[in-house]
Design a binder for this molecule. Structure first.
Ligand code: 13P
Ligand code: ZN
Length: 271
């Protein structure tokens, strides 16, 4: 067996959590990450029949039964992951019954996966149904996205349109737009179901007055989506109270989307 500390997916999780903490998006235990692991790689580090304990999921995840995920622990601080991955992260396999998770590594202090695991797993299932290569779900509390939630209408078309106007490359990076949910109670199956419904259509979902979800084939894709939205939200918050003299016009957004060959939400423009 190879050493788990050197596993590429553990190294990626350590770097990602430290980076997100430094960006100020994951105060205290804020935020959570789940990453579906490549099965050829994971068994170089773990024995498939050595289950530490079984943890009930509280919902049916049969669509991903047998899949293995590395997941941040509930109540754990992103700032502490790098120093102690084995306590702050866990590797779980969704059991054949679809309603339990088998802990294979981590949560060394007796902990468990994030309280947002319903939203994560349901989002994985939704994204996999439209993109079989999806592997990563990231949730965090980016500062400017949150600030924007208090002063901008929480409606998908107008929220996406405003973000697209804030940086030239936004429409190219997230042409599918941003899904928006109203404030809802977090940590529940209901918010998980609502998020997953949006994830069939969007790779980004804002949780009103709470934070954001991003999905991707890689950590870079999911992180890059959130990073781009956060940058656009920052520009918005820096300018929202000032007279707007210039903007990126809808015709220019069309020019961008066509030049870069992306399939964008035409109904989110006002043409
Ligand atoms: P966890 O500590 O359970 O991951 O919760 C953090 C969070 O951001 C809840 O939305
Ligand atoms: Zn949160």
């Amino acid at each position: 067996m190879k050493d788990m500390m050197n596993a590429p997916f553990v190294v990626e999780m350590r770097k990602l959590t430290a980076n997100m903490y430094r960006l100020g998006w994951d105060e205290r235990n804020g935020g959570n990450i789940s990453y579906m692991l490549d099965e050829d790689t994971v068994w170089e580090y773990l024995k498939p029949d050595e289950v530490i304990r079984t943890i009930p999921l509280g919902f049916d995840a049969s669509a991903v039964a047998g899949k293995v995920f590395i997941v941040t622990g509930t109540g754990k601080y992103f700032k502490n992951v790098d120093d102690d991955p084995e306590t702050n992260l866990g590797i779980v396999r969704i059991a054949a019954d679809g309603v339990n998770a088998e802990l294979l590594w981590g949560y060394r202090d007796g902990g468990k996966f994030t309280s947002e695991f319903p939203a994560h797993l349901m989002s994985h299932m939704a994204r996999l149904s439209v993109d079989p290569a999806n592997r990563v779900i990231i949730h965090c509390h980016p500062t400017h996205v949150l600030a924007m939630n208090y002063v901008h209408e929480l409606e998908e078309k107008s929220f996406t349109h405003t973000l697209w106007e804030m940086c030239t490359e936004c429409i190219v990076v997230f042409p599918d737009g941003v899904g928006v949910l109203p404030w809802m109670l977090c940590g529940t199956n209901s918010i998980g179901e609502a998020t997953a419904e949006k994830m069939k259509e969007f790779r980004l979902v804002v949780w009103g007055m709470h934070g954001i979800y991003g999905a991707g084939k890689t950590i870079d894709e999911a992180f890059g989506l959130i990073e781009t939205v956060e940058k656009a939200a920052q520009i918005y918050m820096l300018t929202a109270h000032l007279p707007r003299i210039n903007t990126i016009r809808d015709e220019e957004m069309v020019e961008l989307a066509e030049f870069f060959g992306v399939n964008y939400r035409r109904d989110f423009l006002n043409l």
